[in-house]
Design a protein around this ligand. Structure first.
Ligand SMILES: Cc1cc2nc3c(=O)[nH]c(=O)nc-3n(C[C@H](O)[C@H](O)[C@H](O)COP(=O)(O)O)c2cc1C
Length: 182
């Protein structure tokens, strides 16, 4: 049976890169479910992921469920992995402290599958002691946290904070799932 990959997209500039990742995963015959924060929808349209996955993209905790089951619980039970990429400083703070005030953060609290977090933000945000401490909390919980890459950032500066290459994230997902990329 195909494994189910949950992709949670938060509101960072790198959100547009997730179309490439989702496209690659669907070609591996994985079942891909995308959820986006409201901020993420400002960077890339849910329609892109709806088209790539052939599935509804969830953005709203309060939308009328199509199935009987409460949606965040129903989806959490189906997942073999949940990936949060890009993970904003804001969302990392919410994850580190168990906040559940939108669909994606509520799904995360209900999730029992392995969790892969891919932080991406500008260097000053990444070096902020509170952000660093929140990332440490996630690592201490046993979650997989990828190290951001260094290079030219969207703001035009050079430093650490870039989303790692999509290929790296793709390989990490397959490694955690114990599956083989196509
Ligand atoms: C143009 C623009 C680019 C942004 N890029 C990032 C980013 O790369 N990383 C980040 O942590 N926050 C970034 N932010 C800030 C987040 O969008 C903001 O904190 C938002 O509340 C995040 O919401 P979410 O975590 O629910 O998705 C950016 C904001 C703007 C306006």
């Amino acid at each position: 049976m195909a494994k189910t990959v949950g992709i949670g997209i938060t509101g960072g500039i790198a959100a547009y890169k997730m179309a490439d990742l989702v496209s690659k995963l669907t070609k591996d015959n994985l079942d891909v479910v995308v959820a986006m924060t409201e901020a993420a929808t400002k960077f890339i349209a849910p329609l892109t992921f709806r088209t790539l996955t052939g599935r509804e993209v969830i953005t709203d905790l309060w939308a009328e469920p199509q199935e009987y089951k409460v949606k965040h619980v129903g989806i959490a039970e189906q997942l073999d992995i949940l990936v949060i990429a890009p993970a904003t400083a804001n969302f990392i703070a919410k994850m580190a402290h168990g906040l559940a005030d939108d669909f994606l953060s509520t799904l995360l609290v209900a999730n029992t599958a392995p969790l892969l977090v891919v932080p991406s933000m500008n260097t000053n945000m990444l070096e902020n002691p509170i952000v660093k401490s929140n990332i440490r909390i996630l690592e201490d919980c046993g979650y997989h946290v990828m190290d951001p890459a260094s290079g030219l950032l969207a703001v035009g500066t050079i430093g650490k904070g870039r989303l790692p290459d999509i290929e790296e994230i793709y390989k990490e997902i397959h490694q955690i799932l114990n599956t083989t990329p196509n």
